[in-house]
Design a binder for this molecule. Structure first.
Ligand code: ZN
Length: 181
């Protein structure tokens, strides 16, 4: 049987196939349909790339948050407060380490936690809420941006298993590079 090569992903498909078995490229589509498909793939690919950038931004935010919460321990006097702050610091370090592996889970938990904390401050201790308000806003925005970009990429990957495969292939070596950097 003769075969045809997909112009997008270079995978071989049977000659009578109407779409590529790997990336769903429409072999029998009109030029316009092919163009639309490729444009869609490019958009989805950039979403997958944005996710990697979003995770990195969120991780940097977590490193900064962990750092300041670690330093805060030094300024506490009360034994119970020191213990609580230390536990909080350790949890933040764990979140920082796990965010590249389970970004949606980790970012959802951390975002809900900080969101709840800030709402409680707003309700019960206005002064504490206003203190360092810029950092609170920056925390929510950077973590939220990370979560949002990962979710957008997941959606794009669901549409195209081919992209999902590509992204997992690319993500693993990328993560290693990040650590070496
Ligand atoms: Zn293909």
């Amino acid at each position: 049987m003769q075969s045809q090569i997909c112009p997008q992903c270079k995978t071989e498909s049977a000659n009578d196939a109407s779409i590529c078995s790997n990336c769903f490229f429409p072999f029998n589509g009109t030029d316009k349909e092919k163009g639309v498909f490729i444009a869609q793939q490019i958009r989805n690919k950039s979403k997958v790339k944005d996710a990697a950038h979003g995770i990195k931004t969120a991780q940097i935010a977590l490193i900064i948050i962990s750092f300041f919460n670690g330093i805060a321990i030094v300024f506490l006097q009360n034994q119970i407060e020191i213990m609580a702050q230390f536990v909080f610091f350790i949890l933040l370090v764990i979140a920082t380490l796990l965010v590249t592996k389970k970004p949606v889970l980790v970012l959802s938990i951390v975002l809900s936690f900080f969101g709840l904390l800030y709402i409680l401050m707003l309700l019960f201790d206005r002064n504490l809420f206003i203190q360092g308000l810029f950092w609170k806003v920056a925390t929510i925005i950077s973590l939220g941006y990370g979560l949002n970009s990962v979710l957008a990429a997941r959606k794009a990957e669901q549409i195209s298993p081919y992209l999902a495969e590509q992204s997992t292939e690319k993500r693993t070596p990328k993560k290693r590079d990040d650590i070496l950097d």
